[in-house]
Design a protein around this ligand. Structure first.
Ligand SMILES: Nc1ncnc2c1ncn2[C@@H]1O[C@H](COP(=O)(O)OP(=O)(O)OP(=O)(O)O)[C@@H](O)[C@H]1O
Length: 285
């Protein structure tokens, strides 16, 4: 698999506050990476570094370019959606498409129009008449219509309703994604993207806690529903996380064998959200 993005030893500080600490990450063609972390973890800063928008120490390679020094060339093949969609209020939707077609060689107007046809956004109206969520949808239509090799999505569905969020991720897979591209997405709603991710990286306080293939992560952890009579015994196996709920305690384990857990309760495969909560909890203990 071709490596499209490589970060190594990436660090950044604001005055004496370290916000990225020795980040090592690589993203290959065909991968959809979820960059997941709590507020202030460094997700946006990391994405900004990849886009060449902020100065950092360390090595960064995006499609063979140095994002800081060759940003202009790099942006022919990199598209980006920020967590705040801002478009000029006086602009007509149709004009926004014309503008994009004029400035971006890989912009496909038909694709953008097809996306907009699935929304209730009229091509003739001005941005100022659209709701917040509709502006986000327009922004997504403009960016997803760029035939980019790398797509960076920072909380792309912020402010969208549930149906539109689902529609967005479906559209992303069906109309944008192909195996020669990669996508990095940050979101706090991990359960909504879990099914599309091939890889995940958990970040906290500027450090990557875990970066792996989603299938491998699911194999590594087990969720055990423990009845009260086995609780003390289960605790001796050092769960990463315990959550009591209606007579059963849900516990997350790493590396423990199926055999040693199965006598103590029902085993299931944890979601990425369960693992995320477990790891954050472990690190703060
Ligand atoms: N311009 C800046 N000056 C000083 N500190 C900053 C600046 N931008 C970000 N930070 C700090 O860097 C850290 C990481 O911020 P960042 O926006 O990357 O987090 P995030 O993971 O994207 O958070 P969220 O999920 O809340 O959007 C935070 O502690 C933040 O306060």
């Amino acid at each position: 698999m071709t490596e499209l993005i490589t970060l190594s030893g990436l660090s950044k500080s604001y005055k004496d506050k370290k916000v990225l600490s020795d980040i090592k990450l690589s993203v290959h063609a065909g991968q959809i990476l979820g960059l997941v972390g709590p507020n202030g973890a460094g997700k946006t800063t990391c994405l900004q570094a990849i886009l060449g928008l902020t100065e950092c120490d360390g090595q960064l390679d995006v499609l063979g370019y140095n994002p800081r020094k060759q940003r202009h060339q790099m942006l022919n093949d990199v598209a980006y959606i920020a967590d705040v969609a801002v478009l000029p209020k006086w602009l007509q939707v149709e004009q926004a498409l014309t503008y994009m077609a004029g400035i971006h060689q890989n912009f496909n107007r038909e694709k953008a129009e097809a996306f907009l046809a699935k929304t209730n956004i009229d091509l003739k109206v001005k941005v100022k008449t659209l709701s917040k969520g509709m502006v986000t949808q327009l922004h997504l239509a403009l960016v997803l219509a760029i035939d980019a090799k790398v797509l960076i999505l920072d909380e792309p569905t912020l402010g969208l309703d549930l149906l539109t969020r689902r529609q967005f991720y479906r559209h992303l897979l069906e109309d944008f994604y192909t195996e020669d591209k990669c996508i990095i997405v940050t979101t706090h709603q991990i359960e909504e993207v879990e099914h599309i991710l091939s890889n995940v990286a958990f970040i906290r306080e500027g450090k990557i806690l875990l970066s792996a293939d989603v299938e491998e992560v699911r194999r590594r952890y087990r969720l055990l529903a423990v009845p009260d009579e086995h609780l003390e015994q289960a605790k001796t196996l050092k769960p990463l996380f315990s959550n009591p709920l209606m007579g059963l305690t849900s516990m997350l384990f790493e590396h423990n064998s199926r055999e040693e857990l199965t006598r103590l309760g029902n085993i299931s495969t944890p979601s990425l959200a369960d693992i995320f909560v477990g790891l954050m909890n472990k690190e703060t203990c």
